[in-house]
Design a protein around this ligand. Structure first.
Ligand SMILES: NC(=O)c1ccc[n+]([C@@H]2O[C@H](COP(=O)([O-])OP(=O)(O)OC[C@H]3O[C@@H](n4cnc5c(N)ncnc54)[C@H](OP(=O)(O)O)[C@@H]3O)[C@@H](O)[C@H]2O)c1
Length: 329
């Protein structure tokens, strides 16, 4: 298949899979002690995984200033090093945090904070521009967000960002950003267990890329949670906040979600794909605008996820079969 896709109307070309850098930020928490990371990570392994991804043709990386309260951006910047110009770097702003205690303290939707946050992200990433800058307040007030959109246009003119997006699951909010000429994507949840037809329609109408967070349903679509292995302390999935779908408080993976993964296993792993690769292949077949950004924490995961590229999208017959399985047929 084409192993690259275009990021909406910007014309920016990226590998059809991007790498999501939330987990490699390590541990951090909410004001109430709620874990917001994925447990402990080994930074040297994260660096090796990013470099392996580069060697396998991955040219798109998604992070956020708040992941590990700055740590993810620093690790990504270090891993990319001199190869930074080979890739498209996406990061996000909108959250406020204390790096000393690795704690999220709130959010700030002001244009002044936007400029401050960008300066800090550029420093941590070791770069002079962000390729795709994303608003990380999913439910921000649309009128206030319109001011941020206009500030993003100024930042494009100043050469500090190339394009921007809103990270939100609400198509009406995404449409507010889409009015800006350099808005080129929306980042939203999408995977074979959790479709988003209204958002994909907007992407089609407004010529936006659909950047897919949680493409593996936070690991459920790798199949490894079927044995219900205990999750690490400090892993958000071990104590899921209300918005997190597919994991229950103290119970690990939700049995109903697991049952659907098992029902899909055969069709997704046909044609020699692993389950994770089948989940990515479903996303590519779902729309030509999708760019999944699976998370990773090891070289082995990087190889498996990047390895999906050469296998391409599911064909029409397999897509129809997925539809039948999900409909209970
Ligand atoms: N904008 C937002 O608000 C938002 C929200 C969520 C995510 N995101 C972005 O989207 C990215 C991906 O979404 P996500 O982190 O929610 O989850 P995901 O991509 O659905 O799942 C990723 C997790 O699955 C496991 N995994 C990945 N590849 C694997 C493989 N080949 N074999 C076995 N396990 C594998 C890893 O965790 P374990 O090894 O620990 O199981 C990994 O962290 C994030 O990194 C972030 O960049 C953005």
């Amino acid at each position: 298949m084409e192993t690259t896709r275009t990021l909406g109307r910007s014309g920016i070309e990226v590998s059809a899979v991007g790498f999501g850098c939330w987990a490699i930020g390590g541990e951090w928490q909410g004001p109430d002690g709620q874990p917001l990371g994925w447990g402990k990570v080994d930074d040297e392994e994260s660096v090796r995984a990013v470099r392996r991804a580069l060697d396998l043709g991955v040219t798109f990386f998604d992070t956020a200033d708040v992941y590990g309260t700055g740590h993810s951006e620093r690790v990504l910047g270090r891993a990319l090093g001199r190869r930074r110009d080979e890739v498209v770097v996406a990061t996000k702003w909108g959250n406020v945090f204390d790096p000393d205690t690795r704690t999220l303290t709130g959010s700030d939707d002001s244009p002044e904070h936007l400029r401050r946050a960008l300066t800090a992200s550029l420093r941590r990433l070791g770069t002079d521009r962000v390729d795709l800058y994303q608003l990380h307040i999913a439910d921000a007030d649309p009128e206030r967000a319109a001011r941020l959109r206009d500030t993003c246009e100024d930042l494009v003119a100043e050469g500090l960002i190339r394009a921007y997006a809103w990270s939100t699951d609400d198509p009406e909010r995404a449409a507010v950003f889409a009015e800006g000429p350099h808005c080129t994507a929306v980042q939203h949840a999408l995977n074979v267990l959790d479709d988003a037809p209204a958002m994909l329609r907007l992407c089609e109408e407004a010529d936006l890329a659909s950047v897919n967070r949680s493409p593996l349903a936070m690991g459920l679509l790798t199949g490894k949670h079927a044995g219900r292995a205990p999750l690490q302390e400090g892993d958000i999935r071990a104590r899921p906040p209300v918005w997190l779908r597919g994991f229950g408080a103290g119970t690990g993976a939700d049995p109903e979600w697991l049952a659907r993964v098992e029902a899909l296993r055969e069709v997704l792993t046909a044609d020699g794909r692993t389950l994770a690769q089948g989940a990515l292949a479903w996303l590519w077949a779902r729309s030509p605008r999708t760019v999944p950004i699976p998370g990773f924490r090891s070289v082995a995961q990087a190889e498996e996820n990047a390895g999906a590229l050469e296998k391409g999208p599911l064909d029409a017959a397999r897509m129809a079969e997925v539809g039948r399985v999900l409909a209970g047929g």
